[in-house]
Design a protein around this ligand. Structure first.
Ligand SMILES: NC(=O)c1ccc[n+]([C@@H]2O[C@H](COP(=O)([O-])OP(=O)(O)OC[C@H]3O[C@@H](n4cnc5c(N)ncnc54)[C@H](O)[C@@H]3O)[C@@H](O)[C@H]2O)c1
Ligand SMILES: O=P(O)(O)OC[C@@H](O)[C@@H](O)[C@H](O)[C@H](O)CO
Length: 373
């Protein structure tokens, strides 16, 4: 039986949400019907293994191997008939997604959710929770607004969604490098999942596996997006330029490490959290990133900067500029990204203008980023 439908059968989903569901004490009641983004290859490979797969939890010295059994069905993203059937099933209580940050701006992705919701409404299958698990602030709200933009001309569906669908915002964390279809998924021992929102048709006892249910996910999200993901992006661009291949390589380079610490100092000033908690998180990140047995490639992290920089670096940059400061850590992160983009016609000003026209008018900032490129 499947009671969760998932979109985006990538490595992270298999290391995180599927693992949490597998590890929950009531796992037997909660199968997952998982859909790939588009291609059939991963769904075929998974089905050939009875939907079971190996998760390698890779510590600094040893591996733990888990056979994850929470996926009950696997389909190609193009299988619209199965998609609608699962959404229309009254047993389905939750829809999760990991489709990359870029996909939230893709109307076709949102249209698939709308299609599923319309099938559910037509079947009278009752309420459910939508739980996005990508690295975006207020991801529940982002999906709600994107869906509303598409259902504005269908007031019946719009009202049904308002009365039956809960949008849960989440902070998700578990470093999981890319893996090929059929290969085990490799992940780190650390895992974190913080969720805010209702589950009107129930949920697995994910808390038993370490998930936390809170009223407001924002402080957790900012800590993770600014320190971990912002630090990752900085290392990806600055470390890549210095010839490093992985996060562990870059963070062990004193020049990259100094830039990282500067960025962290700036971000920490704006986190609504006790200083001791932030210091502990920074220390834990350095330990996680120095695990050389996890080969997390900078090239993978550097992708889609246009979606990542606005949520990882810009919030802190704006707060610093608002306080009249020209923050060297954020400036260097932007400069490293501009350098990474160069080769095309990008200049610091053009990059800033695409991010936010107001930033491109900030002459001191443009001059500082240009000088640092
Ligand atoms: N890998 C990590 O360490 C990690 C940690 C926390 C959060 N995340 C989040 O999970 C996302 C996916 O990471 P991953 O490691 O699984 O990557 P991945 O490349 O293994 O998987 C990405 C998935 O997204 C799907 N996808 C991409 N574009 C799509 C589109 N336009 N429509 C529908 N589906 C689409 C792909 O088909 C694939 O199933 C990240 O972008 C991030 O937001 C990842
Ligand atoms: O997965 P992306 O492409 O959103 O970002 C790359 C990394 O910063 C990210 O995957 C982190 O490893 C992850 O967010 C840790 O939980």
């Amino acid at each position: 039986m499947s009671r969760i439908v998932h979109l985006g059968l990538g490595a992270f989903f298999r290391a995180h949400q599927a693992w949490y569901t597998h590890a929950a004490p009531d796992a037997a009641d909660w199968g997952i019907a998982a859909f790939t983004g588009r291609s059939a290859a991963l769904a075929d490979a998974l089905r050939a293994q009875g939907c079971r797969y190996t998760l390698v939890i890779r510590g600094p010295e040893t591996d733990e191997t888990v056979e994850v059994t929470s996926i009950s069905e696997a389909y190609a993203g193009t299988d619209a008939e199965s998609w609608r059937r699962v959404w229309a099933d009254p047993d389905t209580a939750i829809a999760t997604m990991t489709v990359t940050e870029a996909a939230y701006a893709d109307p076709a992705v949102i249209a698939r959710l709308v299609d599923g919701l319309a099938a559910r409404r037509a079947a009278g299958a009752g309420p459910l929770a939508i739980v996005p698990c990508d690295n975006l602030p207020d991801n529940g709200d982002v999906v709600r607004r994107a869906i509303q933009a598409q259902t504005a001309e269908d007031p019946g569906l719009d009202r049904w969604i308002a009365g039956h669908v809960s949008f849960v915002s989440t902070m998700v964390d578990r470093i999981t490098p890319a893996s090929a279809p059929g290969e085990p998924v490799v992940t780190e021992p650390f895992h974190e999942w913080v969720l805010a929102g209702d589950f009107p048709a129930g949920r697995p006892a994910w808390q038993a596996a370490g998930a936390r249910f809170v009223a407001d996910v924002r402080p957790h999200e900012q800590r993770k997006l600014w320190l971990l993901n912002g630090g990752h992006s900085l290392l990806a661009y600055a470390g890549g330029a210095r010839g490093h291949e992985t996060v562990a390589d870059a963070v062990s380079d004193p020049a990259c490490r100094a830039e990282l610490e500067r960025w962290w100092d700036e971000a920490a000033r704006h986190l609504p959290l006790p200083a001791a908690e932030v210091a502990e998180y920074r220390a834990a990140l350095l330990e996680r990133w120095s695990n050389r047995r996890i080969r997390h490639r900078l090239e993978q992290i550097a992708m889609d900067g246009w979606q990542k920089i606005p949520v990882r670096i810009l919030p802190v940059l704006r707060l610093e500029r608002g306080a009249g400061r020209l923050p060297p850590g954020a400036v260097h992160a932007l400069a490293a990204w501009v350098r990474h983009l160069r080769g095309g016609a990008s200049s610091a000003r053009a990059v800033l203008a695409r991010l936010d026209p107001a930033l491109a008018e900030d002459r001191d900032l443009v001059t500082a980023v240009t000088a640092a490129v």
